[in-house]
Write a protein that binds this ligand. Structure first.
Ligand code: ZN
Length: 465
């Protein structure tokens, strides 16, 4: 039995692990490398295995750094089966289509530039047609806690990871030469108390664990105070007759915020007349996918949804897909909450809304997610007095809020609690973390407990015998 690591190795992105066991080659995730300067090369490079040799791909969840190279895998010869939950399949389709669209546009732009200089055309990593081909390989959807036999020697079970809708950790039990090994892949783990999802299911006792370490060095702020901070920022701004702009990512955080706003309206903390614009075609599509997957919500919300009461049904919620409707929002100077992408303000409709609101005193911009260095979001968070949007110099007069308590990832304490259920595995492999920070920190914490821990490098192999 062999395990090898082809992404998220001493790094956060590109999750891709290969388990060779019980006569099968099983890939766990096939994510895109993102962010780093050499990410393009990494995505274009060799997988570290032959795609046509892979029998089955198990997908933990629909984030791009877990599903983003699937169309490329298919383009390069994979013809196996892709197994995941129903919600993950639908969300992954949206995420992969969006990624293909961005790559096609980027390649077309770069090609025009190249051709003017006499160079050759640039091809995208994959296009929308490749995503459609990849979707043909998705097999029947599976639910949490179902035991599935892949063959007579290998059994799998998806368990709730509480990270995003449909997310799972995966338990694999494989028998080879008379010995059975149980291996658990954490995928990405959520933080307990998530607004929409049940807490992650602890893993069973096992022989090996492959665990994420995104926040292996951090403790989260408490969620309740973050929700209060959000509601107070809106109350204050609306009372002063201005708008609140919330830059958000299309999937998950948007829906979480909608849920908290609905609760605040129900509790009377916000007026039922509050108008909330969801001004992002992708976020609107993601929200519609959420509406179709009652089975993936926490039991309370699932029952609500099945009885026709939906957690996002704010009385004043307006979806705007068309750009004409988006432009019409610019005429509203007060009383509205405007949610739009991108979350880091690097592109998308939120830049228009910042342009029309950030220069007005008494309006607000509320950041509810991570803002990377070098992005417009980061400049604003860091207190810039002037910003540039579409070549225009704009003064920052709005109140700026940075609310850090919303997180899709478990923190150090929560990761340690989760993995404590695995008993005393022979080895815990740490992945999906910054090596210098979350990963090293988690290694230290686990070694203090006498556990054997490894942080594999890219394409490293480990024997599981
Ligand atoms: Zn994730």
């Amino acid at each position: 039995m062999k395990l090898s690591f082809h992404g998220a190795a001493r790094n956060v992105t590109g999750s891709c692990h290969l388990l060779e066991a019980g006569g099968l080659r099983i890939l766990i995730d096939c994510g895109m490398f993102q962010g780093a300067h050499h990410a393009d090369e990494e995505n274009l490079g060799d997988f570290g295995f032959k795609p046509s040799d892979i029998d089955i791909l198990l997908l933990t969840h629909a984030h791009l750094d877990h599903c983003g190279r699937i169309p490329l895998l298919v383009k390069r010869g994979f013809t196996g089966k892709i197994i995941t939950t129903a919600a993950t399949r639908d969300l992954a389709k949206l995420i992969m289509m969006d990624s293909a669209h961005i790559q096609e546009e980027d390649a077309a732009r770069a090609s025009r530039r190249r051709r003017r200089a006499g160079g050759e055309q640039i091809r995208p990593l994959y296009g929308q047609i490749d995503v459609l081909s990849a979707l043909d390989y998705f097999g029947p959807n599976i639910g949490y806690e179902e035991d599935i036999a892949l063959n007579e020697a290998v059994k799998i079970r998806f368990i709730n990871a509480g990270h995003i809708l449909g997310s799972a950790a995966i338990v694999v039990e494989a028998t080879e030469n008379g010995a059975t090994r149980r291996i658990v892949f954490s995928g990405d783990l959520g933080s307990p108390g998530h607004a929409l999802l049940s807490n992650s299911t602890p893993p069973p006792e096992c022989d090996y664990v492959v665990m994420e370490t995104t926040y292996g060095d951090r403790m989260h702020k408490d969620l309740e105070s973050s929700v209060s901070e959000l509601v107070e920022a809106i109350q204050r701004t609306i009372a002063r007759g201005r708008n609140v702009v919330i830059p958000t990512f299309a999937m998950e955080r948007t829906q979480e915020i909608l849920y908290h706003l609905k609760k605040a309206v129900e509790n009377g903390d916000l007026p039922s007349s509050l108008t909330v614009f969801l001004d992002s075609p992708m976020a609107v599509s993601a929200t519609e996918i959420f509406r179709r997957h009652a089975e993936s919500f926490s039991p309370d919300l699932r029952d609500d949804i099945l009885s026709g009461k939906h957690p996002f049904d704010l009385p004043g919620l307006r979806f705007t897909r068309q750009s004409a409707d988006s432009i019409a929002i610019n005429r509203i100077t007060g009383g509205a909450v405007i949610m739009a992408g991108s979350g880091m303000c690097t592109g998308g409709r939120v830049r228009h809304h910042l342009k029309h609101n950030i220069w007005r005193s008494n309006s607000s911009v509320v950041f509810v997610g991570f803002a990377a260095q070098g992005t417009l979001a980061r400049q604003i968070v860091d207190g810039a007095k002037h910003i540039r949007i579409y070549g225009e110099d704009i003064q920052v007069k709005a109140d700026i809020y940075t609310i850090n308590g919303f997180s899709a990832h478990a923190d150090q304490r929560e990761l340690l609690y989760w993995v404590s259920h695995a008993g005393s595995p022979k080895t815990i492999f740490l992945v999906h973390g910054d090596y210098e920070k979350g990963m090293s920190n988690m290694k230290e914490e686990l070694e203090k407990k006498g556990l054997s821990v490894k942080c594999p490098t890219l394409h490293a192999e480990a024997n599981l015998d």
